[in-house]
Design a protein around this ligand. Sequence first.
Ligand code: AKB
Length: 315
Amino acid sequence: MKETIIILGANGQIGTELAQALRKKFGSLQVITSDIREPQILSENEIFEPADVLDKDGLRSLFLRHKPTQIYLLAAILSATGEQYPQKAWDLNMNGLLNILDIAVELGIKKIFWPSSIAVFGPHSPKKDTPQYCIMDPNSIYGISKLAGERLSEYYHNKHGLDIRSIRYPGIISWKTQPGGGTTDYAIHVFFEAIRTGKYECFLSEDTALPMMYMEDAVRATIQLMDAPAENLTIRSSYNLAGVSFTPREIAKEIKKILPNFEMSYKEGDPRQAIANSWPQSIEDDYARKDWNWELEFDLEAMAKDMINNLKTNG
Ligand code: AKB
């Protein structure tokens, strides 16, 4: 069957690179990107449609026009921005998802990808090797909306047969598009500043360990999960994906191996510290390995090398 894919929220950090990978796999004309903002660059064979995920009628007419077989819903407000605008974050993260789920049921669109996050865990979740199933008491509005979204996804799968698939993304590190409003953003800013000025003031303390993942692995994981036979999938809420866990001190050490003059300093009192403290330091991803043969490729060293190489040559 020929796939037609719509990516909503396609201009963000993950959407930009996922769109490139999906165009390569399915052909440019089979992938329609969509966002509330126009993209900065649009090549000749690429289709872009403006859409707001909160505008249900607009979405319905977009889907009726293109008849997608797969939808990727990436529009979201992340953890740090969510704390500044909780109402807006709840509205976009929840109602955006509900709109897609409802229209998918209405129009018979079966296959949907929607990302969750390590933010679904909270202060009482185990901090190390956090398992798929454990106490989950997120205390950021972003984490609360993602956990509610996971429950909705499983509910729509059970109740309406939607083939919805999801990953609890760790912090995603990339050089092509900057992230916006996340707690893990320091791990990207540090590379940009290391190249630009040779120093970086980190908003998290030096021993704050968090799970992260290089974009190449995140995109590969997403497409691998979407390609997996439905009968192999035992989780319809969202899969844990471990990635690589490190602290600001460890990433600074890795950067210094390549850029010996790099200096990292630390600023206390940033509100993102409290969010980071409530999240796991590392997570366990046995279900992803077992159900869809997931394997990580980029460790911290490989990621740092690739980031710095790319920023030096293409940044
Ligand atoms: C954030 O920091 O909010 C995101 C996430 C881990 O979901 N990068």
